[in-house]
Design a protein around this ligand. Structure first.
Ligand code: 0X9
Ligand code: ZN
Ligand code: ZN
Length: 305
């Protein structure tokens, strides 16, 4: 049974996606952006009031790392909140009237399923490659942004294995292909991870500052303040290399360099007490506070189209 305050399995998320898309057709639709290595569908939800013209959009993904269960929980929460507050919350109404929000609730579908069935701490994809018995690559080291130059491993047995080449992982390629195809409409990219309570932006592959560093920082600080206003949860904002660690091949840096000017990585609760094993009792407060930060970013993007 699907619940917003529990960690749902891949199958539960998948049937939730299907029921959401079939029962709210004026505001939501679904599309498959491809299949995973093991053949699971990667289903993307599109939120937004139907319009005759093409609308600018925000793309958000969750669950790029399999064990970060609070992340898919947040994407599900976001969809619920968007649909249930459209028409009553003025900001959500305006956002979905003027923009579309693409939500990929689980990016690393094979890995997510594996963490439920076999190994709770799995991080990577589940692809096989010749010459090794080790499985998977880190999808957040597999994008074509300074690929495998820093903070990534060329050892297939490493948890930060960058893969055999950029976009060698079909899950990364499917996301990159979708964003490339919709490059002219996608104005912001948000990717949700855990844990550490950080709001990161480019760059991770270099300590060099992004061309729009000042604006990225200003929006991150505003979003972090909005998040903190609910329960006092403290987030640190900054460029990824200096704030967490340098690492190449991330989806955030890749999207930014493609031209998506607002590119953010959330590292949700907590700061290490429970880490990836965040108790289900924290799903609701974590999602409620994160909504405020995501809505802050969305409002800024919408105001600056
Ligand atoms: O290392 C990562 O991919 C992210 N941290 S996590 O603990 N969730 O694995 C941080 C991503 C920051 N951005 C890039 N490294 N591009
Ligand atoms: Zn992660
Ligand atoms: Zn709520």
């Amino acid at each position: 049974i699907h619940s917003y305050t529990k960690y749902n399995s891949f199958d539960q998320v998948q049937s939730w996606i299907n029921s959401m898309a079939s029962s709210n057709s004026d505001l939501i639709s679904k599309q498959t952006i491809g299949n995973s290595y093991e053949g699971r569908p990667m289903t993307l939800l599109k939120l937004g009031k139907k319009s005759s013209s093409t609308k600018p959009a925000i793309f958000m993904d969750c669950g790029i790392h399999a064990r970060e269960w609070i992340s898919p929980a947040f994407c599900q929460w976001f969809v619920k909140e968007a649909l249930s507050t459209y028409g009553s919350d003025s900001q959500m109404t305006s956002l979905l009237n003027e923009m579309d929000v693409y939500v990929l609730p689980v990016l690393n579908v094979d890995g997510y399923d594996y963490t439920h069935k076999s190994n709770r701490m799995w991080r990577k994809t589940r692809s096989r490659s010749s010459g090794t018995s080790c499985i998977g690559a880190d999808p957040n080291r597999n994008f074509d942004a300074g690929w495998c130059t820093v903070g990534a491993s060329s050892n297939p047995c490493s948890d930060t294995y960058c893969g055999s080449r950029p976009e060698s992982e079909i899950e990364a390629r499917n996301v990159a292909d979708f964003i490339r195809r919709n490059k002219s409409t996608i104005k912001a990219y948000i990717t949700v991870h855990s844990y550490s309570q950080l709001l990161l932006f480019p760059y991770a592959y270099t300590f060099g500052l992004a061309a729009t560093h000042g604006e990225l920082m200003k929006v991150a600080e505003g979003a972090s303040a909005a998040l903190r206003s609910l329960y006092g949860t403290r987030y640190t904002s900054g460029p990824a290399a200096a704030t967490i660690y340098p690492a190449a091949g991330g989806s955030d840096d890749w999207a930014y360099d493609l031209g998506v000017k607002y590119s953010y990585t959330f590292e949700l609760r907590d700061t290490g007490r429970y880490g990836f094993l965040l108790p289900e009792s924290q799903i609701k407060p974590t999602c409620e506070e994160t909504m405020l930060a995501v809505k802050y970013i969305a409002a800024y993007v919408q105001k600056n189209l």
